[in-house]
Design a protein around this ligand. Structure first.
Ligand code: AMP
Length: 563
C-alpha cells in the first residue's frame, strides 16, 4: 500500500486514500498526531511519540525533538550509548507511523509520499528520502507541504476557478504558496518561505523573556528544569492564542516563581518573527503577479497559524481575514494522502492534475574580467530561476577564464543573491580540460534538471570531447551516501524498539515520571503508583493490567488538573 505522510517538526501523521477519501490512521494511543520525539530508555530500547515527549521532561539527556530542523546536516545526537543522524531519527518516526498504518489496515506499507516544506533545500529533500530508505520503504515522491494542503482543501471543498494563498506556519518552517484551482488542475504559481521560522521560535522567544525577567541564564537551570519550563511555556503559548493574559507558577528548586504575560507583551516580544514573515509573503505575491484583491481566499495551515497575531498580520497586509481550516494540523497529511492516491492511480483522482514550482533560484559561480583585466570571482549565474514550473531543465554554456586551464571547478548554489557567498552551496564538481586547447574552444555545457520532487540533477559536458560528468551532490557532508545508508540501516535494524501493544502502558509510566519531575509534593505518591503499576505489568495478567491502567490514568488526570 502507498501511504501519505506528514513528517512534521513537532508532530507526524500517516494515512491513505481509500473509498471514503483521505483517511488518517491513529497511533497505539488512539491519536492521529504522533509527537516527532525519540527517546531511549536505560535498557537501550527506543521510545517514540507521546511517551518520548513526556520523557523530554524526566529524561532530557536521553530524548530529542525538533530534529527536522537539522535534516540536510551531519549533526549527530547522542541518546544513551548511540548517536543518531537526523535521517535516522526521522526513520524511527517513520517506522512507528508505518507500524500504525499496518496495524490499522492489516496491509504492508511499501511506499510513501512524504510532504516536505516547499522551501526545503536539495540536501533536506534528499535527507528525507534517505529517512524513507532507512525506514525500509520507497519514497519516490515528495510533495510540498502547502501544495499538499491545497490538494486537500481543493478536493474537500470542491472549489473551482479560485486563486488562493496558503499560509503554512508549522513547528519549524514557514511557507507561503500562491495557487489556482480550475477544472481539477492545482497550479502553483509561486512559493516562498523560511526554513528556520516556525512555532518553536515563538516558544524560544517566550522562554528568553521568562529567563530575562528573572535574571536567569539557561545554564542556571538543569536540563530537567529547562525541559519542564519549555513544556509549561508551550501551554502558555497556546493559552495566549485564546486569553489576553496567562499566569505561570513555576518551581525552580526552592524558589517559587509567579509569572504572568499578556497577549500585548507576547506580541511585542515576537514582533521580529512577525516581520520576518512579511518578506516571503510579499515575494510570493510579486512572483505570482497577483494583487491582494485578486485572491479569492487565504487559507491557514500548520498548528502555529492558530496564533491570533497571524490573522492580524494577514488582515493588515491583505485587508481581509484569512480562512482557518478546521484542522490546521491535519490538512497537510490529508493532502499527502491525496498525493498517495494519485500515485497509486486511484480512479477518482484521475482528473486531478498538479503543477508545482521550484521555490528558489539554482545556479553556479562564475568569474568575470573587469575593464582593467582583473578577475572578479564569486559572482552568481542563475540557471533555473525561482518559481519556474517543474519539472524544469535548463542549459547554459561556460568557458574557462584563461588559456591553458587544466580544469573548471564547478560550484552549484541555491539562492537569490548576486554574490554566491550569500547563497547556499549545494556541491561542486571538477571538470578536466585539455590545457593545450584555447579557452574559446573549451566550452562546457551545463544542464540543471529539477524534478517534480524538488530534487536537482546537474550534468556537464565538455563540448570539444563530448565527455560527460554528473554532479553527485552527495559530496555535501549533510548527505548520506548509499554506502552509509546501507550500514546505518543495518544498525537501525539492530535497535530494540518497544512493541506497539506495550506503548499505552509505556506512555502512562512516562507521563507519571514527568509528573514526578513537576509535582514535588506528590512525589511519594507517584513513586508508589509507578512501582505498583510496574509490578502489575510484570504479572502479565491482561485483565488486571487493563484495570490498573484505567485507574492509574484517572489518578494522573486528577493530578494534572491541580496545576
Ligand atoms: P505543526 O507542525 O503543524 O503540528 O505545528 C506545530 C506548531 O504549532 C508547534 O510549534 C505548536 O506550538 C504550534 N501550535 C499548535 N497549537 C497552537 C495554538 N493553539 N496556539 C499557538 N501555537 C500552536
Amino acid at each position: 500500500m502507498i501511504v501519505g505522510i506528514d513528517l512534521g517538526t513537532t508532530h507526524s501523521l500517516i494515512g491513505r486514500f481509500d473509498e471514503s477519501g483521505s483517511r488518517l490512521f491513529p497511533n497505539a494511543l488512539g491519536d492521529v498526531l504522533t509527537p516527532s520525539v525519540v527517546s531511549v530508555d536505560d535498557d537501550g530500547h527506543v521510545i517514540i511519540g507521546q511517551a518520548a515527549r513526556d520523557r523530554m521532561v524526566s529524561h532530557p539527556e536521553a530524548s530529542v525533538a525538533s530534529f527536522k530542523r537539522w535534516m540536510g546536516t551531519a549533526r549527530e545526537t547522542k541518546l544513551g550509548k548511540r548517536s543518531f543522524r537526523p535521517e535516522e531519527l526521522s526513520a524511527l518516526i517513520l517506522r512507528s507511523l508505518i507500524a500504525d498504518a499496518e496495524a490499522a489496515t492489516g496491509e504492508k506499507v511499501t511506499e510513501a509520499v512524504i510532504s516536505v516544506p516547499a522551501y526545503f533545500s536539495d540536501a533536506q529533500r534528499k535527507a528525507t528520502r534517505a529517512a524513507g530508505e532507512l525506514a525500509g520503504i520507497r519514497v519516490e515522491r515528495l510533495i510540498n507541504e502547502p501544495t499538499a494542503a491545497a490538494l486537500a482543501y481543493g478536493i474537500q471543498e470542491q472549489r473551482d476557478g479560485a486563486r488562493f494563498l496558503v499560509f503554512d506556519l508549522g513547528g519549524g518552517t514557514f511557507d507561503v504558496t500562491v495557487l489556482e484551482l480550475f477544472d481539477g488542475v492545482v497550479e502553483v504559481h509561486a512559493s516562498a518561505g523560511d526554513n528556520f521560522l516556525g512555532g518553536e521560535d515563538f516558544l524560544d522567544a517566550l522562554e528568553a523573556a521568562f529567563l530575562a525577567d528573572h535574571k536567569l541564564g539557561s545554564h542556571d537551570l538543569s536540563a530537567q528544569q529547562l525541559g519542564q519550563l519549555r513544556r509549561r511555556l508551550e501551554l502558555v503559548k497556546r493559552e495566549l492564542s485564546q486569553q489576553t493574559e496567562v499566569r505561570l507558577n513555576f518551581a525552580l528548586g526552592e524558589r517559587q516563581i509567579d509569572w504572568s504575560i499578556t497577549q500585548d507583551r507576547f506580541n511585542q516580544i515576537v514582533d521580529p518573527l512577525l516581520q520576518r514573515m512579511r518578506t516571503p509573503l510579499e515575494r510570493a505575491m510579486r512572483d505570482a503577479r497577483v494583487q491582494p484583491e485578486q485572491l479569492d481566499e487565504i487559507v491557514l495551515v500548520g498548528g502555529a497559524s492558530r496564533m491570533p497575531l497571524v490573522s492580524r498580520l494577514i488582515a493588515r497586509m491583505f485587508g481581509r481575514l484569512p480562512m482557518r481550516h478546521i484542522h490546521p494540523d491535519q490538512t497537510i497529511a490529508l493532502g499527502a494522502c491525496v498525493a498517495a492516491g494519485m500515485k497509486s492511480r486511484d480512479e477518482r483522482l484521475e482528473e486531478v492534475i498538479l503543477t508545482d514550482v521550484c521555490p528558489y533560484t539554482l545556479g553556479t559561480e562564475i568569474g568575470q574580467m573587469d575593464d582593467h583585466g582583473r578577475v572578479q570571482t564569486g559572482i552568481y549565474s542563475p540557471v533555473i530561476h525561482r518559481n519556474s514550473v517543474v519539472p524544469v531543465s535548463r542549459e547554459d554554456t561556460f568557458w574557462p577564464m584563461r588559456d591553458g586551464q587544466r580544469a573548471l571547478n564547478l560550484k552549484v548554489y541555491q539562492g537569490e543573491s548576486p554574490m554566491v557567498v550569500n547563497n547556499i552551496k549545494l556541491g561542486e564538481l571538477e571538470i578536466k580540460l585539455d590545457p593545450k586547447r584555447p579557452r574559446t574552444e573549451s566550452a562546457v555545457k551545463l544542464r540543471f534538471t529539477y524534478d517534480i520532487n524538488g530534487v536537482l540533477q546537474v550534468e556537464a559536458q565538455v563540448l570539444a570531447t563530448g565527455e560527460k560528468y554528473e554532479l553527485i551532490l552527495e559530496q555535501n557532508p549533510g548527505l548520506l551516501s548509499q554506502e552509509e545508508i546501507r550500514t546505518r540501516l543495518a544498525r537501525l535494524d539492530e535497535l530494540k524498539i518497544h512493541p506497539r501493544d506495550k506503548q499505552e502502558n509505556l506512555a502512562l509510566i512516562a507521563r507519571a515520571e514527568r509528573l514526578y519531575e513537576e509535582h514535588i509534593q506528590a512525589r511519594a505518591q507517584l513513586q508508589e503508583w509507578i512501582a505498583r503499576f510496574r509490578s502489575i505489568l510484570e504479572s502479565q495478567d491482561d485483565m488486571s493490567i487493563r484495570e490498573h491502567h484505567r485507574e492509574f490514568g484517572r489518578a494522573l488526570d486528577a493530578l494534572e488538573q491541580m496545576r
